[in-house]
Design a protein around this ligand. Structure first.
Ligand code: ATP
Ligand code: MG
Length: 391
């Protein structure tokens, strides 16, 4: 009898199907390998699966490339491990590893052939190399087959069901209409079979996260300059009734003149448009997510909160809340951020007040607009400078 099995989940599989597969297998030790875009996102699903696994006497190791999923599975009681590299190469490596006690099932084999080969061309673009990968997409450097121009091609992990394609198209249209000097230009959208992708300007200077690795403190005038650029892009989007939902340094690219270009407008919404059983609105990134967005009610002020977290991080060198996914979520909801001046005494009272206002738990207690936040930050920084010259 096989004692160990590697079980590869398909993106669309939910609790019921995973539970059934678990009940069918004879193996006692199971490595559950998750794809990037899994429907198994809610704590409740993981908790129920854990309870069933215990009843069945199975030992399960959850392997996922997504830290959020690992955190939720771990909180539900599972042992977890991170998968390295791209999901495609992961699955490929897994498939080449001897699986003790049997071959993959037909479904697993189909899954492997479907995902192991990266596509070479999408639309009019040849995929040159992988630039990076996030929670719901891989981004490639692409070259136009006729014009030879470079672009960034974002390939979503989501497979769109027929109903979702129209929804995706509508969202895509809205995003493509955003035109602003601090928003990355979207050049083209496409759907290759059922995989959506979008083509955008390639930012050769990378992201603000790459420029300033975690733990870096930035000078106040630099912070003010970045915050103003991001805020003007956000204000423009908010006026057009759009919420970004995923503000963080990874989504701030640097243009040719070192100007900030905000990327991923509405992509989070598009990527998660398909049905799902998640209880949390995990479209954003938890470290930056406003309390109301965690409770699935994002509003424009949620973007202001996220920008507030980014400014806090640049000032202090650390985000206001750390810990596991569940801990950070709980802290956004319940805990006041520690005072900036307690961590870095040279920060002025004025600057601290502005940042804490943007981080108010109640969106109504924040600035009326994201632009007002950036303006207040600029004013507070000038007070600081005046005091310096007075001394
Ligand atoms: P999330 O999934 O939450 O959006 P992310 O922003 O890190 O996280 P992606 O948006 O998929 O994930 O981008 C992955 C990486 O690809 C980015 O961190 C960045 O390094 C790179 N990247 C994305 N867009 C571009 C672009 N237009 N030009 C150059 N590099 C890019
Ligand atoms: Mg991104």
């Amino acid at each position: 009898m096989a004692d160990e099995q590697i079980m590869l989940l398909r993106p669309e599989e939910e609790l019921t199907s995973v539970r059934k597969r678990l009940e069918k297998t004879q193996a006692r030790h199971i490595k559950l390998v998750l794809p990037m875009q899994t429907q198994m996102r809610s704590y409740v699903s993981w908790r129920l699966l854990h309870a069933r696994a215990r009843e069945l006497g199975k030992e399960i190791l959850v392997i996922s490339p997504e830290s959020q999923i690992r955190a939720v599975a771990q909180a539900a009681g599972f042992k977890v491990a991170e998968s390295q590299g791209s999901p495609a190469t992961d699955r490929f490596r897994m498939s080449n590893r001897p699986i003790r006690g049997g071959k993959p099932t037909q479904a697993e084999a189909d899954h492997l052939t479907h995902t192991a080969q990266p596509r070479r061309q999408l639309g009019n673009y040849l995929l040159m190399r992988l630039l990076g990968q996030g929670g719901f997409a891989q981004v490639y450097l692409g070259k136009h087959i006729h014009l030879e121009t470079l672009a960034a091609i974002k390939v979503l992990f989501t497979q769109l069901a027929h109903d979702d394609i129209e929804h995706f198209r509508n969202e895509a249209r809205t995003i493509a209409h955003l035109k602003h000097p601090h928003i990355v230009r979207v050049l083209e959208f496409g759907i290759d079979r059922t995989t959506p992708f979008l083509v955008m300007d390639y930012a050769a200077n990378g992201t603000l996260r790459q420029r300033y690795p975690k733990g870096t403190r930035l000078p106040l005038p630099t912070i003010v300059s970045y915050a103003k650029q991001v805020a003007s892009a956000l204000q423009y989007a908010h006026d057009a009734k759009m919420i970004h939902r995923d503000i963080k340094p990874e989504n701030m690219l640097l243009g040719e003149q070192q100007e900030v270009l905000l990327s991923d407008f509405g992509i989070a919404v598009v990527a998660h448009s398909s049905h799902s059983d998640r209880t949390l609105d995990t479209t954003g990134t938890i470290g930056y997510m406003a309390p109301e967005q965690i409770q699935a009610h994002p509003c424009p002020a949620s973007d202001q909160y996220a920008l507030g977290v980014v400014v806090y991080e640049w000032l202090v060198g650390d985000r206001p809340f750390n810990g596991s996914f569940t801990e950070v979520a709980a802290k956004h909801l319940l805990v006041s951020p520690s005072l900036l001046r307690e961590r870095i005494p040279t920060i002025s009272l004025e600057v601290e007040q502005v940042v804490l206002t943007a981080l108010a738990k109640d969106p109504h207690q924040r600035f009326a607009t994201v632009q007002a936040f950036a303006d207040a930050l600029e004013q507070a920084s000038q007070v600081e400078r005046r005091e310096e010259t007075d001394d």
